[in-house]
Design a protein around this ligand. Structure first.
Ligand code: COA
Length: 322
């Protein structure tokens, strides 16, 4: 059968790395509070000249190098972001131009922190239906530009970055072959007011700032993430025992622990980068995946579950044999 196989990953972070101690100089917070409540120690913040598109380009370039293919061979770019360079055109088309690809399908997906999972399902569907053969799937964000830097309950939680993967159509053995084995997505639009941006082109004519009721989001996150991971594994016909790694959305170390516990997964099987990157929204899953592939933790043939939840609410999971 034809599956979408991950043939390369890449990631990129802004140059400037900001510690909790530096955050405590900006708002009334402490390193102890941030570490204890979230597990976050550092975040990268985009500087002048660094945008969602430049971070996405750098991550994509590294993913293409890892896959050993030329940019011109890409026929699809799906870019997940809630912080596009411009309201339109899609940031995917900016990245396309930066990579020197003159003709391919390129568009953005907006599902906030679970945007990358949405992008993966869209690209996988297009590959398996024969519409695309080589896709760049990217999650890229500059959330620092939509944070209220006077709100200590949100500004300490987020960071900027990008992650990318190359997905290629390949013949894959049904029982043992590589590729995306299952994806499952959800949305429940009743929860808009728990996590949102208080502006937009069609409402205020402004970009707006991020607002969040963290405690409520936390509660939904653990329940929804554990459920959707279970659903995706059932779709792939796999039990928890066969999962080698979980690469979760990196919002809060306590959410990662609680979700793993709910599923009976050992914490050693969960990839954690939230301490270094904070919450990079749509970038967090591909960033963490790239880190764990490059440092040798995730190896070919292993079963990896990707999962994320974000504003909307939206949430989803994917099961992949690497
Ligand atoms: N520094 C110090 N104190 C802070 C603080 C900060 N940066 N931010 C909030 N506080 C205070 C609050 O004001 C509150 O004080 P009060 O009790 O006097 O009112 C206290 O800390 C506890 O706040 P609370 O919101 O109950 O803390 P919490 O344990 O729920 O942790 C979050 C807050 C945001 C870290 C946590 O709820 C969380 O991670 N939620 C999920 C967020 C998330 O994942 N979002 C993205 C999904 S995509």
């Amino acid at each position: 059968m034809i599956r979408s196989v991950i043939t390369g990953t890449g990631s990129a972070l802004p140059v400037r790395r900001v510690s909790n101690a530096e955050m405590a100089e900006m708002v009334d917070t402490t390193d102890e509070w941030i570490v204890e409540r979230t597990g976050i120690r550092f975040r990268h913040i985009a500087g002048e000249g660094e945008t969602t598109a430049t971070l996405a380009r750098d991550a994509a370039t590294r993913a293409l190098d890892a896959a050993g293919i030329a940019a011109a061979e890409v026929d699809l770019i799906v870019l997940a972001t809630a912080t596009p360079d411009q309201t339109f055109p899609a940031t995917a088309t900016k990245v396309q131009a930066m990579l020197g690809i003159n003709d391919c399908v390129a568009f953005d997906v907006a599902a906030v922190c679970s945007g990358f999972l949405y992008a993966v399902q869209v690209a996988d569907s297009m590959i398996r239906s024969g519409v695309a053969r080589r896709a760049l799937v990217i999650g890229a964000e500059t959330f620092s530009r939509i944070l209220d830097w006077e709100d200590r309950t949100t500004c300490v939680l987020f960071g900027d970055g990008a992650g990318a993967m190359v997905l290629e159509a390949q013949e894959s053995d049904e029982a043992t072959g590589r590729g995306i084995l299952a994806t499952k997505l959800h949305a429940d639009g009743r929860h808009n007011e728990l996590l949102y941006v208080d502006g937009g082109p069609s409402t205020t004519g402004t970009v707006g700032k991020l607002r969040m009721k963290g405690r409520e989001v936390f509660r939904h996150a653990v329940v929804n993430l554990a459920a959707v991971m279970g659903e995706s594994m059932a779709l792939a016909g796999l039990s928890t025992d066969s999962v080698d790694w979980v690469v979760p959305h990196q919002a809060n170390a306590r959410i990662l622990d609680a979700t793993a516990r709910k599923l009976g997964l050992a914490p050693e099987r969960v990839v954690v980068t939230v301490d270094q990157h904070a919450n990079t929204s749509a970038a967090s899953v591909p960033l963490a995946l790239d880190v764990a592939i490059r440092d040798g933790r995730i190896r070919p043939g292993q079963i990896v579950v990707l999962e994320a939840m974000g504003g909307g609410f939206t949430w989803g999971a994917a099961v992949v044999r690497i």
